[in-house]
Ligand binder design. Structure first.
Ligand SMILES: Nc1ncnc2c1ncn2[C@@H]1O[C@H](COP(=O)(O)OP(=O)(O)OP(=O)(O)O)[C@@H](O)[C@H]1O
Ligand SMILES: [Mg+2]
Length: 573
């Protein structure tokens, strides 16, 4: 655990050093006054008094300066910790396979990067150093007290065993409450994330009441656990204070008598009253530390568990290199694939797409069309069989190398915060604005982007303009044109575009698919009639393959599909 403090060890060490000064300074103050009372005031030693005063003043100054630097150092350390861990966790998320995001609700992942990282920050910025400080002060006080008077020390500490028992009991109760609080908070966040992103569905189906009820339930649980914690604390803190005061009373009673008897000096009793008060502060703090440590450890455990979850889709150890430009031969060799266990989504899928061919994939909803695409760019790995690009097994190629060659236009394009230009360009920084406009003009969709409030400079995303489904598809189409990948895949990419724009896009598509391997998934069969090959999928199996004319002649699944879409019209065979 502390191993992870390594990058910050210099800072931590520095603040520990400062802590040493602070502890010495705060312990010395009552002792100096004791010396002043017992040795100098009694003797009317003005010069001695002055020296002591100067020493006292210097101590206070040193202590303040050290405290200032220590606080800052700790805060800096905390900020570094937050920065580093957030980055590490996010970076880790970005290499995880899609499967990971399916299994982990967004709320949980958000908690990792916010709440858990924050708890870890506490560990570094507050717990470690304060723990040392409190222990040192306690030891220091006990040592000084014993040095001054063993008897008085024992009297003062009569209540210590009781305090220990009370603390132990309270903290155990408190720990359970806190654990509960954290688990409720996590559920609450998950629930919140899910509901916020699904709000339109909730409102549409008038489920607000139901969702709210469930939320209230969680919220109330959280409230009750929170209240419990407050109440426990509100009993605990004063009771420690009470014992402190009992201790003080014992001290005044016995100490006062001893001063009268002249067995103990007045200065000693004075210093004792200070030390007793000082003693209970760190004691209370220490009790808190253990809770903080526990919370931080729990968070740290979750963070490291996340960081240690290895991605399952990884680069090969000895990668083969794809050529700068691939031909685009894609082969599925008896491929079996399931998202989980043995629920096969693709069953013995076997086909070959040759260089430059345009291939259509059709099939009912849920047949497995999109899954084929997920496999080609390795969002998922198939369990059996081999998928190859240009004769190289795609599992033997670096992920980036593979994905660089494959352009996918999906049904629901994701829009990032940024301008239209940024969104089309993505990471092809060398492409100029003019080139983008030229590409848009070439396919006659330039006017759509000009119509937006600030044309191509319109801000999109979270706080910007929202594009319609069709506009998004046009945008992602341009993305693919600009990316100019060797293999082009369209998954229901023209479903939301009106007929007029679709014609423009189809023309552009014909242009782009020339000399380029192209895979088109479409429900509208007219889109793929011209394809060199059409693969017909049914419940994960290929049931037919051939071009439009051949498949019509077969009079099987494809023929039925066509007939359904062209109701009434007779089909030309
Ligand atoms: N991420 C996923 N996790 C688990 N199962 C999935 C996942 N995505 C799809 N499936 C399942 O795999 C099967 C095939 O889905 P796929 O998305 O490939 O169908 P499709 O042919 O593209 O359908 P559509 O025409 O509706 O887009 C479906 O039964 C679906 O439930
Ligand atoms: Mg699909």
């Amino acid at each position: 655990m502390l191993m992870f403090a390594k990058p910050y060890r210099k800072l931590l060490f520095f603040s520990l050093l400062l802590t040493g000064f602070i502890v010495i300074a705060s312990l010395a103050q009552p002792f100096i006054i004791k010396v002043a009372i017992d040795s100098y005031i009694k003797m009317n030693d003005y010069q001695g008094m002055m020296y002591l005063g100067i020493i006292y003043f210097i101590l206070i100054m040193v202590s303040s300066i050290c405290t200032y630097f220590q606080n800052n150092t700790l805060q800096f350390t905390g900020q570094y910790v937050i920065y580093d861990f957030r980055q590490a966790v996010f970076k880790h998320f970005s290499v995880m396979q899609m499967d990971f995001f399916r299994k982990n609700p967004i709320g949980r992942l958000v908690t990792r990067i916010t709440h858990d990282v924050e708890a870890l920050n506490q560990l570094y910025s507050q717990v470690i150093v304060n723990l040392v400080k409190e222990v040192l002060i306690l030891i220091g006080i006990i040592a000084l007290m014993l040095y001054m008077s063993v008897k008085l020390t024992l009297i003062c500490f009569l209540v210590i065993p009781i305090i220990a028992i009370v603390t132990f009991y309270f903290k155990r109760v408190l720990r359970d409450t806190q654990r509960k609080l954290r688990s409720i908070l996590s559920s609450l966040l998950s629930y919140l994330a899910e509901n916020l992103s699904g709000m339109s569905v909730i409102q549409l189906f008038a489920r607000e009441r139901k969702q709210l009820d469930r939320f209230n339930e969680l919220n109330e649980e959280h409230y009750r656990a929170g209240m419990r914690q407050t109440v426990i604390n509100s009993i605990f803190n004063p009771s420690i204070g009470l014992f402190g005061n009992i201790s003080l009373a014992l001290l005044v009673w016995y100490g006062g008598r001893s001063v009268v008897d002249e067995t103990i000096t007045f200065g000693t009793v004075y210093a004792f009253t200070h030390y007793v008060r000082q003693f209970f502060e760190p004691l209370r703090g220490l009790a808190d530390r253990f809770n903080q440590i526990q919370a931080a450890l729990a968070s740290a455990e979750r963070i490291f568990e996340t960081l240690e979850t290895k991605p399952t889709i990884v680069n090969p150890v000895q990668p083969k290199e794809l050529p700068e430009k691939v031909k685009g031969d894609i082969v599925f060799n008896h491929v079996w694939f399931a998202y989980k266990n043995e629920e096969w989504v693709l069953k013995d899928v076997h086909f070959r797409i040759n260089q430059g061919e345009t291939v259509g994939i059709v099939g009912a909803t849920g047949a497995g069309k999109s899954s084929i695409i997920q496999l080609i760019n390795r969002f998922y790995d198939n369990q059996k069989g081999i998928i190859s690009l240009d004769g190289i097994n795609i599992k033997n190629v670096l992920l980036n190398d593979l994905r660089r060659h494959i352009g996918i236009i999906q049904q629901d394009a994701f829009i990032f915060s940024g301008t239209v230009f940024d969104n089309i360009r993505l990471n092809h920084n060398a492409v100029s604005n003019e080139e983008i406009i030229k590409a848009a003009k070439a396919v006659n969709i330039d006017s759509f982007f000009r119509m937006l409030p600030q044309g191509y400079n319109t801000m999109l995303g979270e706080e910007g303009t929202v594009l319609s489904a069709g506009q998004k598809q046009l945008l992602s189409f341009l993305r693919a044109m600009i990316a100019d990948n060797d293999v082009l895949i369209l998954d229901e990419a023209t479903a939301n575009i009106d007929t007029e724009s679709e014609q423009a896009v189809q023309a552009a598509l014909r242009e782009m698919s020339k000399n380029r391997t192209t895979i088109i998934i479409a429900h509208r069969l007219s889109t793929i009639q011209q394809a060199d090959k059409i693969i017909v999928l049914d419940k994960g199996r290929i049931v037919e393959m051939g071009n439009h004319q051949q498949l019509l002649k077969n009079q099987m699944v494809y023929y039925d599909l066509c007939q359904n879409q062209n109701k009434g019209k007779t089909l030309k065979i």
